[in-house]
Design a protein around this ligand. Structure first.
Ligand code: CAA
Length: 285
């Protein structure tokens, strides 16, 4: 067990509920805060389902499912984070919203609490600067699906202290994950490399190079990827892919990150992938 006892998770969406789950699974007391009651309920349901799946597979004793769930205290008020030693934010990928929430959390959190953002592309240095504790601010980028994926990309902001880095590395290992350090640049490493591939696959589809199924099959069998890039884009969310590409395009200023017009069109039409039931593929309800 690391130095942290109570861990706060802000946001119960895809990433937030997975993060809450892995901490509770490992024995941490978790405070899961989500402003939207409906999303909170949905997030808790997904944790339950995921734990059930892990129990089915023998990765978790069925009788411990209830005790894992019992370690997750959930609610809609930020005040629940007041006793947390580590607070991880996994709310919407919107910098202005993140800054506003971090300013509020900064006022009520313990002085020595560590702040981590799960942002997939927004500057850790800028988010840290919105708080009174940039030395205690870090990026902790989990991968989807959080309970299954080993990596945590740990992002060092310009002022992140070595002690913060060390305690987050220890915690990641304690969760059974593999922490890997990256510096604070738009998209960090995972998305800097992954998103241009997804974007290029979308261009290939738009230009008629191959069908979606064939693009994915070629990449799966040809490059040993577990999912093809278009299937993966549906899984991540096309809106999330577009917003990450927009951040990289704007902040790195290189036209190679220009989001594919087809990706923009699909997001505009509400074809967001698995979450909306329609993306490059149509999902069963
Ligand atoms: N909890 C518990 N079990 C889960 C789960 C979850 N959250 N998600 C999936 N599973 C289960 C499935 O239900 C399935 O169970 P069954 O075998 O009983 O059907 C099992 O895991 C294996 O899944 P699948 O058979 O569907 O497929 P798989 O063996 O290929 O594994 C996968 C699934 C791990 C998702 C794999 O396809 C994979 O690694 N895909 C790539 C994922 C990836 O690249 N993630 C990173 C996205 S980028 C990101 O997250 C960063 C960002 O900022 C955008």
């Amino acid at each position: 067990m690391s130095a942290f006892k109570a861990v706060g998770v802000l946001g119960a969406g895809t990433m937030g509920n997975g993060i809450a789950q892995v901490f509770a699974h490992r024995g941490y007391q978790v405070r899961l805060v989500e402003v939207d009651e409906g999303l909170l309920k949905k997030g808790l349901g997904r944790i339950q389902k995921s734990l059930g799946k892990l129990a089915e597979k023998g990765k978790l004793a069925p009788e411990t499912v209830e005790s894992v769930l019992g370690r997750i205290q959930s609610g809609t008020a930020l005040s629940a984070l007041a006793d947390c030693d580590l607070i991880i934010e996994a709310i919407t990928e919107n910098e202005a919203v993140k800054v506003k929430v971090w300013r509020e959390v900064d006022k009520l959190a313990k002085q020595d609490a560590i702040f981590a953002s799960n942002t997939s592309s927004i500057s850790i240095t800028r988010l840290a600067a919105a708080t009174s504790r940039p030395k205690q601010f870090i990026g902790m980028h989990f991968m989807n699906p959080v309970p299954l994926m080993k990596l945590i990309e740990v992002i060092r902001g310009l002022d992140t202290a070595d002690e913060t880095m060390n305690v987050i590395f220890e915690t990641a290992k304690d969760l059974g994950k593999v922490p890997v350090e990256a510096n604070d640049f738009p998209g960090f490493v995972a998305n800097r490399v992954l998103m241009p591939m997804i974007n290029e696959a979308t261009y290939a589809l738009m230009e008629g190079v191959a069908t979606a199924e064939n693009i994915d099959e070629i990449m799966k069998l040809g490059c040993a990827h577990p999912m093809g890039p278009l299937r993966l884009a549906d899984f991540i969310g096309l809106d999330v892919c577009l917003s990450i590409l927009e951040v990289m395009h704007r902040e790195l200023g290189d036209p190679k990150y220009r989001p594919c017009p087809l990706l923009r069109k699909m997001v505009a039409a509400g074809h967001l992938g698995d979450k909306s039931g329609r993306g490059f593929y149509t999902q069963q309800a």
